[in-house]
Design a protein around this ligand. Structure first.
Ligand code: C2O
Ligand code: CU
Ligand code: CU
Length: 573
């Protein structure tokens, strides 16, 4: 089939499909998620019914007042933040702070399962530079499922340096969050859980329109899709400027006509509309046809179904120019922030990771391994500077992501990366048969009991096991044996110690901070209760009947609302 035949079939199918039948075409105002700020942030995760299509609703997951996705969290560098994540769903979730430098015990992965009906209360300091980050489900095996339904949101971090720069930063006025996703819909508008969607969405809207004032505006763009990589540009092929990468601002605005974003990556762009007339229009486009070999979302991939969205350049957002606001930014600054570049010579450790050739029908692997919660893949010494090299032997591009740190891309096949990758990053797209080297410092949060993840951010690959874990250990100081996972009021929090691990027949549990009514519950990985008894402070529980695998020990006290979750492993060893 050539591209014209594909296009013809796509047009035919589209005309029959819901969106077209209901006449959507860039008339829905782009939803702007509300800002959530302050020293205590309450995030409530609940079921939603979202109108992707005007007259039919789709079952989704929403947070706070939103019925799909969540509010934008606003953090300031140096602030201490108290977050209360209430899970009103009937399933376990986790919430991961993608890009943030937080302790592994609060990173929102399997150590932080939030059972149905519970509130998780992580407290942490905001260490990162001004940038755009995001939060999303990280419940292993369910990430694509839960993110697909809407368990994700944006994070904006501000700092004093960024505050001094002449940049647009009035949220929803000249500074806009854009969450790019594609979603697959059934004919009755229900969401399908699959890698590639059949409609583009932005902030949960299909074919939205945004009025932007006739001045410089800032777009904080996230590729929040399951697997799709975007090739962004504007319909008049104009030059725009990239000012930020995943983890911070760049040294000076970078003039571009295209920017590629892979899963999990963010870019902050400046779009100069200062010379435009009120009523002018243009489109933010996905130039999918330009994506190269093996890049999912483009025309040259052979392991995923072809989709019209992969082969056809399509508008994502209509922009209508409106009146200029007072105190408008009307020019692009010439410089931004100095970046502390880490020289390759500063590295004192090197790791090579080989992305294995794909095998039809099998999950993708790295170094021949799939994810295993019981295995620590990499141990990093606190204070070290490391180079990690990803050698991709597969014919598919993989967006590789490390938790905990921001890194810098040293080179791609030995060559200096493009200007818009010379900055702080936490995701790097590794192309087919390419070698990419990154460098990072691991300066804080040593904890031998809690791991950080590193993985491919294609959510399907990640859920299938293309994920690994590293711990950061302090070889000078002795490590605490166990760590408090949830602490609201640290003195009163429940702490739990379990041994042995892995467990066979009998698990010893020693708990502090429990009350009369604290219960001890063991959940399997699906969140099903397998054991429930009164918590005693010191007790042994019989685990001989449990199948080998991973479980979660939950101590909860409904009268105080306090709980702690600890992973336990049965058998294996
Ligand atoms: Cu977006 Cu493991 O994270
Ligand atoms: Cu992450
Ligand atoms: Cu991958």
């Amino acid at each position: 089939m050539d591209i014209f035949q594909r296009l013809f079939i796509w047009l035919f199918v589209s005309c029959l499909s819901l969106g077209f039948a209901l006449g959507q075409s860039f008339t829905t105002p782009l939803p702007i998620p509300p800002l959530l700020e302050g020293s205590t942030l309450n995030l409530r995760i609940h079921e939603g019914n979202h109108h992707f299509f005007p007259s039919v609703s789709t079952p989704t997951i929403g947070m706070n007042e939103m019925d799909y996705l969540g509010p934008t969290l606003l953090f300031k560098k140096g602030d201490s933040t108290h977050i209360r994540v209430a899970n009103d769903l009937n399933e376990m979730v986790t919430v991961h702070w993608h890009g943030l430098n937080v302790p592994a015990s609060l990173d929102g992965t399997h150590a932080n399962m939030i059972p149905a009906g519970k509130v998780w209360k992580p407290d942490y300091l905001i260490n990162n530079l001004a940038c755009t980050m995001w939060y999303h489900s990280h419940r292993h095996g369910m990430v694509m499922n839960q993110v697909n339904r809407g368990l994700a949101g944006m994070i904006i971090i501000q700092d004093d340096v960024e505050a001094q720069l002449p940049l647009p930063r009035t949220y929803g006025v000249d500074d806009f969050p854009l969450v790019l996703q594609d979603r697959a819909f059934e004919p009755d508008a229900k969401l399908k859980v699959q890698m590639m969607g059949n409609r583009h969405t932005m902030n949960g809207a299909i074919e939205p329109v945004l009025e932007c004032p006739a001045q410089v505006v800032r777009f904080r763009i996230l590729d929040g899709a399951n697997a799709r990589v975007y090739q962004l540009g504007f319909s008049d092929n104009r030059t725009f400027h990239q000012i930020g990468t995943d983890g911070g601002l760049v040294e000076a605005p970078i003039p571009l006509s295209r920017v590629t974003l892979s899963n999990g990556e963010r870019a902050e762009l400046l779009l100069d509309l200062s010379g435009q007339k009120v009523g002018d229009t243009l489109y933010l486009m996905n130039y999918a046809s330009e994506l190269g070999d093996g890049v999912i979302g483009g025309p040259k991939v052979f392991d995923v179904n072809f989709n019209p969205l992969d082969t056809t350049d399509m508008p994502l957002l209509k922009i209508v120019v409106g009146a200029k606001k007072s105190q408008a930014i009307t020019s692009i600054p010439s410089s931004l922030v100095p970046i502390d570049f880490i020289p390759a010579s500063a590295s004192n450790n090197y790791r090579k990771k080989v992305i294995d050739p794909e095998v039809a029908g099998e999950p993708m692997t790295i170094d021949g391994k799939l994810y295993n919660m019981m295995r620590v893949d990499d141990t990093v010494i606190l204070g070290s500077t490391e180079i990690w090299e990803f050698e991709n032997q597969s014919s598919v591009a993989h967006p590789m992501h490390l938790h905990d740190v921001q890194f810098q891309v040293l080179d791609r096949d030995g060559r200096t990366p493009p200007a818009n990758e010379r900055g702080w990053k936490d995701v790097v797209l590794v192309h087919p048969f390419e070698n990419v080297r990154i460098i990072s410092r691991f300066l804080n949060f040593a904890d031998s009991n809690h791991a950080y993840m590193w993985h491919c951010h294609n959510l399907h690959h990640e859920d299938d096991g293309m994920m690994y874990q590293f711990i950061v250990i302090d070889t000078v100081k002795k490590q605490p044996v166990d760590t408090v996972i949830t602490s609201v009021e640290p003195l009163e929090a429940i702490k739990v110690h379990v041994f042995p691990t892995p467990v066979q027949e009998q698990l010893s549990v020693v708990a502090e901070g429990i009350g009369e009514k604290t219960e001890l519950i063991v959940l399997d990985v699906l969140g099903q209760e397998v054991i429930r008894q009164k918590a005693l402070g010191q007790q042994k529980i019989y685990t001989g009947d449990l199948k080998d695998g991973v479980y979660f020990l939950l101590l909860e006290d409904d009268s105080t609302g306090r709980f702690v979750v600890q992973k336990i492993v049965k058998g294996g060893g």
